[in-house]
Ligand binder design. Structure first.
Ligand code: TXA
Ligand code: MG
Length: 315
């Protein structure tokens, strides 16, 4: 029988070299990171960046995150400031993305940053992507490997489900440990959180000890404007389902183990809940449920990021 997953590869020397070769030539690959899987392309090549937008059906006003092995390399493309170095020394490599001013000498294709004069940069910690980034001379533009507005993938098969054979290579790096996207913090002026994640505002404040921007109104992260993180069926927050055709996502130990109940964390652990969030919503959709009801999840620490994703999914 034909292996339907014939474009999913394990990570070894041979497949690493093959991946590097494909990226150099402008191909787009599915690669693992510690947060979610990404759709990676050479950020210095127009052909690769265009392909990312086309594959994802992503609107061209929504810029991509550019991934680097380290800050020395990123310096060519962005202007690194004091707040950046403080957070970089504390959290990188890791699940945090910094929005900074673009360096005039930057070679990043302007479509990748939606023609903005800022760039979002990240230094992922997953062993595979870290190894790969160290061996290439260009950064990777890498959005989450899902069709625009859908759920981010947290394993290689999720990526396959999104793009089937239109990717030549998907590298299997196991399950993404964190399970939700990186925290995005704008450091171009007073710091501002643009997307919540496992590194919380509290964590960032404890390092920077400076005022955060209170500016309201203008949304600085174009990708956060609309409905997002949608499983493809309605999501209703704070109510219980009335029948078993509807799935119930819950959190904590007070729930029974019945068919339509999906517990993000029986021990009420927010990290475990984040890691299970997208996986659970994909599973529910695949099982044919028509709606998802979600019980209350505490709105503190990592719960803020989880609730942010759920609220957008319910729009
Ligand atoms: O964890 C992650 O960050 C994953 C993995 C693959 O690294 N990537 C990811 O990328 O989540 P994406 O494209 O799905 O989300 C990028 C977010 C979007 O909300 C986008 O609008 C915002 O970052 N962004 C990118 N460049 C920006 C910029 N210059 N200014 C403000 N927001 C920006
Ligand atoms: Mg995304």
């Amino acid at each position: 029988m034909e292996n339907i997953y014939s474009n999913i590869f394990s990570f070894n020397k041979k497949n690493l070299l093959k991946s590097i070769d494909k990226l150099k030539k402008g191909h787009v690959l599915g690669l693992p990171t510690e947060t979610v899987y990404g759709l990676a392309g050479n950020a210095y090549l127009k052909k690769a960046v265009r392909k990312i937008f086309t594959l994802k059906k992503r609107p061209s006003y929504n810029p991509l995150i550019i991934h680097y092995a380290n800050s020395k390399f990123a310096k060519n493309d962005v202007i690194l400031n004091d707040n950046f170095y403080k957070l970089y020394n504390k959290f990188c490599p890791g699940p945090i993305t910094f929005v900074l001013k673009k360096n005039k000498k930057s070679k990043i294709v302007s479509l990748a940053t939606a023609n903005l004069n800022t760039v979002a940069i990240r230094f992922p910690s997953h062993r595979i992507i870290k190894t790969l980034l160290k061996q290439i001379k260009f950064p990777l533009a890498m959005p989450s490997a899902n069709l625009s507005s859908g759920l981010s993938p947290v394993n290689a098969k999720d990526v396959f489900d999104e793009f089937k054979k239109s990717l030549k290579i998907i590298i299997d790096g196991g399950k993404s440990k964190i399970g939700i996207e990186s925290t995005v913090v704008d450091l171009t002026e007073n710091p501002k959180i643009l997307r919540h994640g496992i590194i919380t505002e509290k964590n960032i404040k404890s390092v920077l000890k400076t005022n955060f921007s209170k500016k309201k109104g203008k949304i600085r992260s174009p990708g956060m404007l609309k409905k997002h993180y949608s499983p493809g069926i309605p999501v209703i927050i704070g109510r219980k389902p009335v029948n078993s055709k509807h799935a119930h996502i819950v959190f904590g130990k007070k729930y029974k183990n019945i068919k339509n109940i999906f517990n993000l964390s029986k021990k009420a652990d927010l990290k475990e809940a984040a890691a299970n969030l997208y996986k659970t919503m994909r599973k529910i959709k695949k099982k044919g449920y028509k709606k998802i009801f979600v019980a209350k999840i505490p709105n503190r620490d990592l719960g803020i990021a989880i609730n942010d994703r759920l609220t957008r999914a319910s729009k």
